[in-house]
Design a protein around this ligand. Structure first.
Ligand SMILES: [Mn+2]
Length: 342
């Protein structure tokens, strides 16, 4: 069965504090669209969507952040745009989503336009909750949104670094998904070498069980600084997930109102790994797997965000990043679940 791999999906982050920054992020979006080979129509929408999102942040929140990354899914290519602010939030989202409804203090025409232009659009907002918007624009939207799995990830370097020392990968076929998150020791290029060596193993052996992946990564990372690594493998036919982790990578399975935390043992893959333990858990359709590096705090609870658990996984990852990134480390938040049929 064909295995789909997504990896290396790191964002660029753009602070939005003043009008001059809108052009900067729009140009970066255009660059990504061009490199992704998107036609002028899609590239034009990317520019417009970024402009609308950034303008809304300035107008309604004063400041915020836009995250951009190239997307690939099978033979489809796209651009992801995430807009985040901690402003007052939108109280009447339904009214604000209507085209042409624009008055001072509302989000007005911008939201309707963004929803229309984006192939994938989701928003999380509410009074006092700020606003988070997820958009994906694709060259082949129907191909991009097929398949069993839906995922999202935020992966960003510590402020001041261009290179992120965290990395992630998802290898999937219609009934299984293998997910790795790796956090190379320290920051910068050598941290990235370690985490990418771990990711390379999943890319080469997508069917490996978590404990095997950890052992093999341990060998592969000996020449590097080492990394914290965790691997989850979900098998929908067996209704089972297996997990194995070393170091500070958190993994949580959220299913309905239940939240289960998976346990990693201490150590450093590549240098100091004493004990490996693979855990097995029931996997339920409808559950979400959330894995993150220690650049994200652990005190988050999705219950604090009404409805967010049902949102696009990329939006869940983005809201957690916005509210719980420690800000003094590289950060990765990855969310995976089975795609719900609309
Ligand atoms: Mn870290």
């Amino acid at each position: 069965m064909e295995t789909l791999l997504s990896t290396g999906g790191r964002q660029q982050a753009f602070a939005i504090d003043e009008a001059s920054q809108i052009a900067v992020v729009r140009r970066s979006g255009s660059d990504i669209a061009r490199k992704q080979g998107l036609d002028e129509t899609v590239a034009g929408k990317v520019s417009l969507a970024i402009t609308e999102a950034a303008t809304n942040i300035l107008k309604h929140a004063g400041h915020g952040e836009i995250l951009l990354r190239p997307l690939a899914s099978g033979n489809a290519a796209g651009v992801e745009i995430i807009a985040l602010d901690k402003g007052p939030g939108i109280v009447n989202l339904g009214l604000n989503m209507q085209d042409g409804v624009s008055s001072s203090g509302t989000y007005g025409v911008g939201l309707g336009a963004m929803r229309r232009m984006a192939d994938e659009f989701d928003i999380f907002t509410g009074s006092g909750l700020g606003t988070a918007i997820y958009m994906a624009l694709w060259d082949k939207p129907e191909n991009a949104q097929a398949g069993t799995w839906q995922s999202g990830a935020v992966c960003l370097p510590i402020a001041g670094e261009d290179i992120c020392g965290d990395a992630w990968a998802i290898a999937s076929d219609p009934t299984t998904a293998t997910v790795m998150v790796a956090d190379g020791l320290g920051h910068g290029i050598q941290a990235a070498e370690a985490s990418e060596a771990a990711i390379a193993y999943v890319a080469s052996f997508p069917d490996a069980m978590p404990e095997t992946a950890l052992w093999e990564s341990h060998a592969a990372l000996r020449a590097t600084r080492g990394a914290a690594v965790a691997v989850t493998r979900i098998d929908t036919l067996a209704e089972e997930m297996r997990f194995c982790g070393i170091g500070n990578i958190a993994a949580v399975v959220q299913s309905g109102g239940t939240r289960r935390q998976l346990v990693s043992h201490s150590g450093i893959v590549g240098s100091n790994m004493r004990k490996l333990q693979e855990f097995s858990l029931e996997w339920q359709t409808g559950a979400s797997l959330i894995m993150h590096s220690d650049g994200l705090g652990t005190r988050w609870h999705l219950e604090q965000y009404p409805g967010l658990v049902l949102a696009h996984p990329g939006l869940i990852a983005a809201v957690l990043y916005r509210d719980f990134a420690r800000g003094r480390d590289d950060v990765t938040v990855l969310v995976l679940r089975e795609r719900t049929q609309h």
